[in-house]
Design a protein around this ligand. Structure first.
Ligand code: B12
Ligand code: SF4
Ligand code: SF4
Length: 315
């Protein structure tokens, strides 16, 4: 088995559902242009961090000098069971947030994988950078390049077998590995996700407007949500899965295999009155190992009020 194959096999043994390798060359010009326009048009809304580190986002060498390869991994989090919608006033949490915070979970495994790469390549001086979400790198573009899937019209990285409820991570390293080929697959003439998006954040022209995205509004945005958007949030208290759940690739996807990442079925629906009453210490205790903690109690309470209004039928 080649070193590259052994690394991918190790990633699977560590509990990832897919692994692939991309060269660390800068991303193609079409992606650079897309990102430039996206930022110029203010599609990043108030996520100022997206305006920073442009060079790093498109070129791994800016993140790790001498970068040669990017080992990309994906973790399937499609829940094995559907939680019943409880009667009463509850806010729905996006599936990724019904697990323990994935950032630490994936990063720990990437460090083990990096140690393995050092060992198998016999290179003690190997340089690497482990990335999950917050590192400025276009994760979906590298995952696509590494053959893990294709980028759909909902902008998600879609693997034909595993679907799109996938979390991504990467190891940028300075050793030369054999790159995989990108998949030859795509959405063809389907547009289900665009029709399913409650706010029109997605367009057939390929744009993605964070200003309208419920995931952005409920997780990242801290101001008051404009009334016409607030009513479209419905009962979504944290994140949004609509453009994924509408996708045929999700319907036929396998469910999560990894049983190591902690799943909290009871976080799928949060009682709105209990969020309203929640104090800081209860919030920290309940969500200490959750991505919900990062957004803070104030935002969660604001979202609960929006959901409450929507469920009461007046806005
Ligand atoms: C900022 C961000 C957000 C923002 C903005 C979303 C967005 N579409 O950019 C908000 C808060 C809205 C968000 C929401 C979500 N996010 Co988010 N987010 C990120 C983050 C940190 C950066 C993404 C980014 O670079 N955006 C910039 C824009 C320009 O990127 P883009 O729309 O994907 O477009 C690029 C390519 O896809 C491609 N492209 C796309 N369309 C087209 C069309 C044409 C014509 C061309 C040429 C190119 C092109 O070109 C662009 C490159 O420049 C990444 C982590 C990372 N470091 O990458 C996670 C990440 C993308 N998020 C993730 C997840 C899970 C989500 C949510 C599902 C969470 C939820 N359930 O609420 C939603 C999904 C929303 C959606 N449909 O995209 C996962 C996605 C995994 C996957 N399978 O794809 C990531 C990779 C985190 C991770 N490590 O797993 N997110
Ligand atoms: S996450 Fe929700 S609001 Fe955002 S693009 Fe997808 S369906 Fe639309
Ligand atoms: S719903 Fe259709 S258009 Fe949207 S990502 Fe899935 S296959 Fe592509």
């Amino acid at each position: 088995m080649s070193i590259s194959e052994a690394i991918k096999q190790k990633a699977i043994n560590l509990g990832f559902d897919a692994a692939g390798i991309a060269s660390a060359e800068p991303v193609e010009a079409k992606y650079v242009k897309y990102l430039q326009n996206w930022l110029k048009e203010g599609m990043n809304a108030q996520m100022e961090y997206m305006q920073k580190n442009f060079d790093k986002r498109i070129d791994p060498d800016r993140l790790l000098e001498g970068a040669k390869s990017v080992v990309c991994v994906a973790l399937n989090y499609k829940p094995p069971e559907q939680t019943m919608v409880p009667a009463g006033k509850f806010g729905a949490v996006a599936n990724f947030a019904t697990y323990q915070d994935y950032h630490g979970f994936i990063k720990e495994k990437l460090f083990v994988l990096a140690e393995f790469i050092k060992e198998i390549s016999g290179n003690d001086d190997l340089k690497f950078k482990a990335c999950v979400d917050s590192v400025p790198i276009l994760e979906r573009v590298f995952a696509e390049k590494a053959g893990l899937g294709f980028i759909g019209k909902n902008h998600m990285l879609i693997n034909p077998e595993l679907g799109l409820q996938l979390l991504l991570g990467e190891i940028i390293t300075d050793i030369e590995l054999s790159p995989d080929k990108a998949l030859n697959s795509g959405c063809s003439d389907c547009c289900k996700c665009i029709r399913a998006c409650p706010t029109g954040a997605l367009s057939t022209g390929g744009s993605f407007d964070s200003n309208k995205c419920i995931s952005y509004l409920t997780i990242e945005y801290s101001g008051q949500v404009a009334a016409e958007l607030a009513e479209k949030i419905g009962d979504r208290i944290f994140g949004c899965d609509e453009c994924m759940l509408a996708c045929p690739y999700d319907m036929r996807a396998e469910c999560r295999v990894n049983k190591e990442i902690k799943f909290y079925g009871d976080r799928k629906y949060l009682a709105l009155d209990s969020v309203d009453r929640m104090g800081p210490s209860e919030f920290e205790e309940k969500f200490k190992d959750s991505t919900i903690l990062r957004s803070g109690l104030e935002r969660l309470k604001r979202n609960a009020q929006i959901c409450d209004k929507n469920l009461s039928g007046h806005n």
